[in-house]
Design a protein around this ligand. Structure first.
Ligand SMILES: [Zn+2]
Length: 433
């Protein structure tokens, strides 16, 4: 158990350091660099050697790391694991300062993806993201990351005395109920560019130098292990940073493997993936084509490689809910700490089929990791994920899997401590096959 707890604590640290997709990419890149991976700029010429380890990024919020194996890719195919860097929450709108009674200053936000709104109420929140600064070249503004790392905001709920029916269920309006309170101003002039001034101060630049920003609200409090035996991980963003972290650890553990291994961290899964840094963009296909060309391969070699390749699309899955088992399939009830879950959907919102499911089961067997299966109740519509979107761009055999969890899209999600080690072992076994 000690090993499992250590890895789960590393995950909690990784998530705490990575409040936005930009930070996920930066922290993943740092760990890759520390392990001998070389950065390749996506817009500059590449040199790739057999046995080499590289990574590239897209729009600062997606990352692709790869390790060129000793085998020819057209013989053994590529091994890919994909996950996503984004999570549901709130994005700050332009000119966000709003005054109430000339005193309370709150920030105007837009909902990103599908968060459980009520879970964001009454919690200390902070701000982080990317800031674009004036550069020499209008087409290439400088960018830098910002993370305030202190409690700055809070979305207060309405007192029960003012809403007696609150416990019967309330509808939270995204534009009315969810705006975070920031401060109290003494005069209305103070409101002007309040946030911009805070960012400038934090970054030690002039407000005039700030051209724009992509700022997100995040939960300030760090995750922790819960339960008498520390069996649960309670943390923000387990969906899908748990899979990013497990994929990264597995890649780093698969030195000098025969196959060419790729870790894909896409952005924008929570909003449908069809963006320039999402799984619905041509970016992965472009990168694979480029790797093949740099290895001196023909178009036919490329296609043979693709048709021999396999992808594990890793996004979290639902455990049976202890208070609501009736919301699940009558037979298949995944539970936490019983291993990763293969996600199956007859109408192919999950791309798993008999073949790709069988392959993942064999990988788990080889890794000595238990495996479970998930299907929706037949009268309920479930979520979707990366697999079916990415296979529309590059037709690689793919399985959709993820670790079982509760409270998906809550600001604070719950996963199983042992499952993190299980899935990492399965991934490492796959990369080393
Ligand atoms: Zn997800």
């Amino acid at each position: 158990m000690a090993k499992e707890i250590k890895l789960a604590e590393e995950l909690i640290d990784f998530i705490h350091q990575s409040p936005t997709a930009f930070h996920v990419v930066e922290n993943t890149a740092q760990e890759l660099e520390a392990n001998g991976y070389k950065y390749l700029d996506i817009a500059s010429p590449w040199n790739i050697d057999k046995g080499g380890k590289y990574y590239t990024t897209k729009s600062s919020s997606a990352l692709f790391a790869f390790q060129i194996g000793t085998d020819e890719p057209e013989n053994g195919g590529l091994k890919l694991i994909s996950a996503h860097s984004d999570s549901p929450g709130f994005k700050i709108k332009p000119q966000p300062e709003m005054l109430v009674d000339n005193k309370y200053l709150k920030l105007n936000t837009e909902v990103y993806g599908g968060p459980i709104l009520m879970s964001w109420l009454d919690r200390p929140l902070s701000l982080a993201g990317r800031v674009l600064l004036k550069g020499e070249d209008a087409l290439n503004p400088k960018h830098t990351l910002v993370d305030f790392r202190k409690p700055l905001l809070i979305i207060p709920s309405v007192a029960i005395h003012l809403n007696r029916s609150v416990n019967d269920g309330i509808e939270l309006n995204k534009q009315v109920d969810m705006l975070p309170l920031m401060t109290i101003v003494k005069d209305t002039l103070e409101k002007e560019n309040y946030l911009l001034k805070l960012i400038a101060e934090q970054l030690n630049v002039n407000t005039d130098d700030i051209l724009d920003f992509d700022l997100f609200v995040y939960e300030f409090e760090k995750g922790c292990l819960v339960g008498p035996n520390q069996e649960f991980i309670s943390s923000p963003k387990l969906d899908d940073l748990a899979m990013v972290h497990a994929g990264l650890k597995a890649l780093l553990a698969s030195n000098n493997s025969a196959s060419t291994n790729i870790l894909c961290v896409f952005d924008n899964e929570e909003v449908g993936s069809v963006t320039k840094q999402g799984a619905g963009s041509p970016v992965l296909r472009n990168i694979i084509e480029r790797i093949m060309e740099k290895l001196g391969k023909s178009q036919e070699d490329y296609q043979r490689s693709i048709y021999k390749s396999f992808m594990i699309s890793a996004d979290m899955a639902h455990s049976v809910h202890p208070n609501h088992p009736e919301k699940h399939d009558p037979v298949l009830h995944p539970v936490m700490n019983a291993g990763p879950v293969i996600k199956i959907h007859a109408n192919q919102k999950y791309t798993t089929d008999g073949e790709s499911g069988a392959i993942f089961e064999s990988i788990c067997k080889q890794a000595d990791v238990p495996v479970q299966k998930f299907v929706n109740r037949s009268d309920m519509v479930g979520g979707s994920t990366l697999g079916n979107v990415s296979t529309g761009k590059i037709d690689i055999r793919t399985v959709d899997i993820g670790n079982p969890m509760l409270g998906m899209h809550s600001v604070r999600e719950l996963g199983g401590t042992n499952d993190h080690t299980y899935v990492m072992k399965a991934f490492a076994t796959f990369y080393n096959m």
